[in-house]
Design a protein around this ligand. Sequence first.
Ligand code: ATP
Length: 579
Amino acid sequence: MRKSINQLIRLLSYLRGHAVHFLIGLFLIILMSYTNSIVPVLIRNAIDKGVSTGAYKVAIRYGLLILLVGVLNGVFSLAGRYLLVKAAQYAVYYLRMDAFRAIQRHEMEFFDKTFSGQLISRITNDTERITRFLSFRVRMLLYSIFLIIISLYYMVRMNITLTMVALITIAIVVGLNTTYAMKVRPIYDKIRHQTGVIASIATGTIAGIKTIKSLSVEENVQTKFSQENEELYSLNVKAMKITALYGNAPFLVLGLAMSTMFYYGGKAIIQNTLTVGELVAFLTYMLTMMWPLRALGFTIGDIQRSLAAASRLFDVIDSAPKSIDPPDAVEISNPRGEIEFRDVWLTYHTGRTVLKGVSFKVKPGEKVLITGPPGSGKSSILKLIARFYKPTKGEVLIDGVNVAKIKTENLRKIVAYVPQEPFIFNRSIRENIALAKPNATQEEVERAAKIAKIHDFIASLPKGYDTVVGEKGITLSGGQRQRIALARAMLMNPKIVLLDDPVSNLDAETEKKLVEDLKEILQDKTALIVSQRLSLVKLVDRVIVMKDGKIVEDGKPEELIKKGGIFSEMMKAGGVYGG
Ligand SMILES: Nc1ncnc2c1ncn2[C@@H]1O[C@H](COP(=O)(O)OP(=O)(O)OP(=O)(O)O)[C@@H](O)[C@H]1O
């Protein structure tokens, strides 16, 4: 309970900038409850003081008053809803931004451990639920509660017995709707989950369509899809059955209540203890309250769920580091590009230790090939230099400074990491290259593209640097993607370049060309290249061979060949490790 209250306070604090809008909105909703609940009283007066006594003009006057109240009600509803929705959207805008920023501050391990679908759901579904809560649910709750209270006040003043009938009806309808909400909600949850399952099968199928087609497994995929689709169908039917049952029950209760009111009311009219106008007013109250009563069951249940959604978002925000930089972060103003590993150990969150006491030093400007069997920890070395992960033990240093202490912005300028399968965003080539420096000039972008030897290709496209690539744009070949990624890296003029398997996806010809060009691209840089392809040997001064998380060979390529160890065997085998 205490936690829920704290979460509610924290959620409401996001309304800060629009608190006045929110409060006026709430006030207007209360006025709306009031205008709605006095209509039956006006009807009573129109009947008792006008129609029943033959005072036609009085009846007309009340008729006009009802019209005026109706108009006011519309105005309050419109303005109240507008203000509340505006305030809620504003709050959720900031909440969503906070969550998004926090997600980006999280360390790589967080993404290893968290399903991406879950994170997407935080930013989309959970924020949507909170918007609904702050704008719609809060409005309904306030409206319903005030409407019921004000209506009961007028009812008690008219007739106690009929008020008792109304109270019993209220209790039954709220009870029925709460039960309905309890029964149907888990099914709706399952429907939401199942829709997600179906969406992920569809996404996976579309993303992997080439593999599916090449293996001719369309039927298997269809069978799986069909099973999940059937499950969704039966869940929807189940939800519909419950809705049909509970959705109509309140009308039965209402019918019973109205008959009872006629029974007692009729008698009371004959005994002169109730007027016709009062009976009509009671019946109108029952009709007016019906919708708010039905909504109440859902609204009450939804508060807890909305707060749970808020809590999930707050967890994402709170679990992120407050800043991506350590408090005592330093800058290296004139980097030389020296790298050192001092007895580095790395254990991933899975518990697997992939680096076991790795020590080496790379001189500024040196080019090093890191090779070895799959899973021996080669890429992990690069990831530690780029500070995607922290060593479990030991130190990684650049120019003698522990990378953990280097300001992130500074580190990103010094070190460029080009992943094995660079991600090309669905934007223009210019934007893709200028990703790390969006305000880069055309000259800077072109210079980077020229260094990466992709400028001529880009210039040959009809739209040049404005050509959109990726989904819905032109498709780039593996080699072109690598070059765009290299241009992206070169734009920052880094001192250290880390290439993770740069030629693994390339055909022999493209590989040869890239290796030739890399010589020039990496000219004045320190470079660490992870690869099992020996074409890269001619590019490097030194080779480090990894095996089972340890360095097993380290030296000049010629020396290692002479030594006759793993590396010389690889050379003899003529290429890919073990292949
Ligand atoms: N983020 C991660 N979380 C958990 N385990 C990981 C992670 N990254 C890598 N691993 C595991 O660590 C081991 C070493 O991975 P790494 O990518 O460093 O090896 P590698 O030598 O570069 O392999 P390959 O040549 O196949 O790319 C592998 O067993 C891999 O499954």
